[in-house]
Structure formats: structure tokens, C-alpha cells
Write a protein that binds this ligand. Structure first.
Ligand code: TA6
Length: 274
């Protein structure tokens, strides 16, 4: 499938599939792959890729009548900005998705959605922008469903969420306060943190690194790991894959964005090695 390869003079690199505007790899300068990819991930058009950064839009999960996580991740996006000149290193790219008969059958609105990926030495920024190009208000939920690679989830922790409230999807969506000093995942975890902190940190001890997930524009955040029993239900994930990943996702779920005709919204997420 068509892919854009980004590289930065520092040596960092990233791969983005036009299908789904899906970032499938990010390797910071002098470092190791930061994005997890399912061992048996399929890359066929229309199949969700379980790994990398799926773009969840215009619906998070099943919060509406659209297919799970909306249609953006299963759509063919177009390249807007291409590298200038032969052989030049390209460290940023913009892709866009506009409504067509297929999207209007599912969701009857006119829109342009842009995803800009910017690579730097030790960081990767993904910006999602939505423009209402029609004459009717629409609302949406969204997320950058980031699969962070860890050497071993049992030796990893997530910091920055202490004292925050979350909807626990493993307990029917009960609202719960996170009292733990750090979140160590040891069971199925599927949480929507409402009004999440702008910075969450994944401590990946096995790889001797810390990955910061910084958000702007997005109000919420999701933390997900299917753990040992549920992992078998996901095409593209191998039975032991739950040990090597944790999803930390900048998201907009609790208060859907309402976009009037002629207006736009944007949200961005930066992954950085600290
Ligand atoms: O973001 C967490 C979540 O919504 C989980 O509930 C889980 O289902 C996961 O996403 C994977 O979604 P997918 O549509 O790829 O099966």
C-alpha cells in the first residue's frame, strides 16, 4: 500500500500509510522503534491495522451509529504536501480526507480532515484538523490511538494520571478515581480519562527509556491493554503481543466537538523521548 517515508537529518525516521493516514513506525535518532506493531498485523485496505497510530474519527469506539472508531482509519487519504526536489529529506507531511459518496452514506456531512505528521530528532507530532466545509453543524469524537512499544509491560508504568477520574470500560464504564502513584498494568485495562493531563509518561524500563505523550486540543486520554485473555480476539495481535504494548491515546470523547459551518478544530499529540 502507498506509504510516505519521513526522515530527519538527525537520523530519526517515520512511515505513514496513506490508507488510514496511519503512522506505522517512528524511530527516534539513535534509538529504537517507539510504535508497537502487532506481529500478525494485516495491511489490507479496509482492515484496521493494530499497531502504530490509527486515526479514530469521526467516532470514538461505538459512541454513535458508525462502525467502531469511525471511518477515517479505513479510508484512503490523499497526500497534500510532497517533498520539494529530488533526494531531499522530508521530515513533515500533510494528508487529507474529504467527504465523498462513501463517507456521506455513513455520515451525511461535508468535511475536510487533515493529518500533519512532523518528525524531529527525538519527537514525532501528529496534528488532526477538521474543517466543516458544508452548511450544517456536525459533531464528532476522535482519538490518536497510539500503540506505544514497551520491552515488557510487566516492567513498565504510566505516570501522570494520579488523582484523575476515568471511565472504566472493563467495569461497564463506571467512573473511578485513579489513586495509584503510577499505573502498572497487570490485567485488562480500558480507561477513558476525562479532562486528562496534557502530559502522560510511559516508563519503559526494559528499553531504558521514557516516552512522553503530550496533547493539545484533545481534552481526554485513553489507556488500553487487552491483556492475556482478550488479546486473542483481535485480528493482527499475536497471543503474547499484550506484553509488548500499551495504548496511550490523546482523545476527545467526553464532550464531542460541535463544528459550525465554515469553522475548524484541531488537536495534536507529540511523542517524545525524554
Ligand atoms: O481505545 C481503546 C479501544 O476502544 C478498546 O476498547 C479496544 O476495543 C481498542 O480500542 C481496539 O479497538 P479496535 O477497533 O482496533 O478493535
Amino acid at each position: 500500500m502507498p506509504t510516505v517515508l519521513l526522515s530527519h537529518p538527525s537520523g530519526s525516521s517515520a512511515d505513514i500509510y496513506l490508507n488510514g493516514a496511519h503512522v506505522t513506525s517512528w524511530i527516534p535518532a539513535g534509538g529504537k522503534e517507539v510504535l508497537f506493531m502487532g506481529k500478525t498485523a494485516t495491511f489490507a485496505p479496509g482492515d484496521p491495522i493494530r499497531g502504530g497510530i490509527p486515526v479514530v474519527w469521526p467516532q470514538f469506539a461505538n459512541l454513535g451509529g458508525l462502525p467502531q472508531h469511525g471511518f477515517a482509519r479505513k479510508s484512503e487519504w490523499e497526500l497534500v504536501e510532497t517533498p520539494d526536489g529530488d533526494g531531499e529529506e522530508q521530515s513533515s507531511v500533510k494528508l487529507q480526507l474529504t467527504d465523498d459518496h462513501r463517507t456521506r452514506e455513513l455520515w451525511p456531512y461535508h468535511f475536510r480532515t487533515e493529518l500533519t505528521v512532523t518528525l524531529e530528532e527525538k519527537s514525532l507530532t501528529v496534528k488532526l484538523e477538521v474543517f466543516n466545509t458544508g452548511d450544517e453543524l456536525f459533531s464528532f469524537t476522535a482519538g490518536l490511538h497510539t500503540y506505544v512499544a514497551v520491552a515488557d509491560i510487566r516492567e513498565s508504568a504510566i505516570r501522570g494520571l494520579t488523582g484523575k477520574w476515568y471511565l472504566d470500560k472493563t467495569q461497564g464504564g463506571n467512573e473511578t478515581k485513579d489513586e495509584a502513584k503510577k499505573l502498572v498494568i497487570s490485567d485488562e485495562t480500558d480507561r477513558v480519562y476525562l479532562k486528562a493531563p496534557k502530559k502522560i509518561e510511559v516508563e519503559d524500563r526494559g528499553n531504558d527509556r521514557r516516552i512522553e505523550v503530550r496533547a493539545t486540543g484533545f481534552k481526554d486520554a485513553v489507556v488500553w491493554n487487552p491483556w492475556v485473555e482478550k488479546v486473542t480476539g483481535f485480528i493482527g495481535l499475536d497471543t503474547e503481543d499484550y506484553l509488548r504494548m500499551v495504548c496511550v491515546e490523546a482523545a476527545q470523547i467526553g464532550s464531542p466537538v460541535e463544528l459550525k459551518p465554515g469553522t475548524s478544530w484541531s488537536g495534536a499529540q507529540t511523542l517524545a523521548i525524554v
